[in-house]
Design a protein around this ligand. Sequence first.
Ligand code: GRF
Length: 194
Amino acid sequence: MMVLGVLGSGSGSNMQAILDAIDAGTLDARIALVLSDRPEAFILERARVRGIPTGMIDCGGFQTKFPEESQAETARQLKDAGVELVCLAGFLRLVKRPLLDAFPGRILNIHPSLLPAFPGLESWKQALNAGAKEAGCTVHLVDDGMDTGPIILQEAVPILPDDTAESLHARIQIVEHRLYPTAITQIASCSDRC
Ligand code: GRF
């Protein structure tokens, strides 16, 4: 069974999808710890309801930066909880060293575009504004770039003529909720074999 740690700044619907897949028996894993940089993030509430330990990431008042000391402390908490695979789920800070070094090739992210297209924030709006025919989502390993690591799985979501940013994002999220647990299952089964 793969031991997961989740980092999130927002609603946590992707973490919920991971929990649902665990409950359904399609993902052999457990979430040992959920950490957030925002005390009001609903992802923390979702974890508490399930009795999953939670913790705060203190970024020393920085709005977007993830200071080295905060990353080192995050790595320590994840290691103490026995985490083997770190899942970023709507975590809004760029992960760098030393957290990357603590979990080499073991940090996953879900991004709402067909990477390498539209990295960065609100990718579904970027796709709409660019007049793209399709959007999508991607699960990838995290490296020290922005949304640049090796792709594990991705799936296209067509952009419909009457799509708004909200309707498109909602359809992307439906796919995300299937794709993320599937990607984790793939990594877990590879880890069992290797
Ligand atoms: C998702 O759209 C994900 O692709 C992006 O942030 C959003 C997180 O949503 N990285 P949630 O917090 O999982 O509901």
